[in-house]
Design a protein around this ligand. Structure first.
Ligand SMILES: Cc1cc2nc3c(=O)[nH]c(=O)nc-3n(C[C@H](O)[C@H](O)[C@H](O)COP(=O)(O)OP(=O)(O)OC[C@H]3O[C@@H](n4cnc5c(N)ncnc54)[C@H](O)[C@@H]3O)c2cc1C
Length: 207
């Protein structure tokens, strides 16, 4: 978070007073704003966080119960949800609000939602969600490095170890993961070839 000069402690920072010193201004010092700012700062950007409250974490983040809600990674539409729908529609669950209208978009969405509440679709949609999330993580990790940077790190590792494998790559703390190389160059073997390494065994079947 931007640390104000002591003389400015009681002044509220404004975009115009801090933008000269920052590449990015994040609005809101809740968990989302703070982690966004942290992630940007790790990429080398100068970040300032502005909040209308007196300190960080005064909004919803303040009341957070610190519960890791693993179930919420599942698709929302499920046979269990179907059973709960009458109660939810009557507004009996304080954590759920739905404003039913005759808007055709809402009706179409509602029908699609109901169709996705079967066991088979719940399972398929949940797995698709995990797959997409994993792909996003791999892409995000890979995005931080240029092709040249990736190959130069792989070259250095080859020089140090004398050979390469997915395991060797993944064991190095600060190294992009083997999936990053797979994703960027099509396969690990293709990445190896670019740094002049040919595995003694035929790994092509591993893609
Ligand atoms: C009672 C309660 C319990 C919870 N328990 C859990 C839990 O156990 N597990 C879980 O995962 N989640 C839980 N949550 C949900 C979780 O806390 C929120 O999803 C999360 O904190 C949202 O973070 P945020 O940064 O988006 O919002 P906030 O923390 O609300 O941050 C938004 C910030 O933006 C600032 N702001 C708003 N408008 C402006 C503006 N115009 N200019 C400048 N600043 C502005 C606000 O002051 C605030 O500081 C809970 C929520 C509540 C309310």
């Amino acid at each position: 978070m931007l640390k104000p000069h002591p003389s400015a402690m009681h002044q509220r920072p404004t975009a115009s007073t801090i933008s000269g010193r920052s590449d990015v201004i994040v609005l809101g010092a809740g968990v989302v704003g703070v982690t966004t700012a942290y992630s940007l700062a790790r990429r080398g950007l100068k970040v300032a966080i502005v909040d209308r409250a007196e300190g960080p974490g005064r909004g919803a983040t303040f009341a957070n119960g610190a519960q890791l809600s693993y179930a919420y990674t599942d698709a929302f539409g499920s046979p269990a949800m179907l059973k709960k729908l009458p109660l939810l529609a009557l507004g009996r669950d304080p954590s759920f609000r739905i404003r039913a209208t005759v808007d055709p978009d809402f009706l179409e969405w509602g029908l699609r939602f109901l169709r996705n509440c079967t066991s088979a679709r719940f399972s398929r949609n949940t797995r698709a969600g995990f797959f997409e999330a994993a792909q996003r993580i791999i892409q995000e990790r890979s995005r931080r490095f240029s092709d040249e940077e990736l190959l130069s790190r792989l070259s250095a590792l080859l020089a140090e170890k004398g050979w390469l494998s997915g395991l060797v790559i993944d064991e190095i703390e600060d190294m992009p993961s083997s999936s990053t190389f797979r994703h960027r160059f099509g396969s690990l073997v293709l990445a190896y070839q670019l740094v002049g390494y040919t595995p003694s065994r035929d790994y092509r079947y591993m893609g």
